[in-house]
Design a protein around this ligand. Structure first.
Ligand code: CO
Length: 155
């Protein structure tokens, strides 16, 4: 495993749409392993492949119990409710803003071996899935911010 550099806002790679993952090979596994190590090191709740400069549709999300789930070619199949909460991004350090997201989501994806998976999530984990899946189509949370927050107010 190796740490990868987290791409920062302003880099074009963050605005591009990812291609689907078609080969569930060692290269994908290496990417996901590296992303997990990079996320653990950075201390965020999620990381999408474009954030390490790779335009492939996969991401990692930290779940409520602290474990990581890998989602490959994910789609949000169902969502319900709406919650406005503070959100941030490892590609925009120090910027936090209020974003309206579904309260609950059902995500369909594949695991690192191509097996279909379905994940139900709520609260902050649901938010993280939405945020990471947005990255895969080139969208950043700042497009959805209703109000920016002083990081001091979050403590
Ligand atoms: Co982000």
């Amino acid at each position: 495993m190796a740490l990868r550099t987290i791409v920062q806002v302003g880099d074009e790679v963050l605005t591009k749409k990812c291609r689907p993952v078609t080969d569930f090979n060692d290269r994908l596994h290496q990417l996901l392993d590296d992303m997990a190590e990079t996320l653990r090191d950075a201390g965020g709740l999620g990381l999408a492949a474009p954030q390490v400069g790779v335009l492939r549709a996969c991401a990692i999300v930290e779940q409520a119990d602290g474990s990581y789930v890998e989602i490959v070619n994910p789609v949000i199949e169902k969502s319900s409710g709406a919650v406005e909460e503070a959100e941030g991004c490892l590609s925009l350090p120090g910027r936090y803003g209020m974003v309206l997201r579904p309260e609950k989501v059902t995500v369909k994806a594949q695991d690192r071996n191509g097996n279909p998976i379905t994940i139900e999530a709520e609260g902050y984990t649901a938010r993280a899935f939405c945020h990471e899946i947005d990255h895969l189509s080139g969208h950043l949370f700042t497009e959805l911010v209703t109000e920016y927050i002083d990081p001091e107010d979050l403590r």
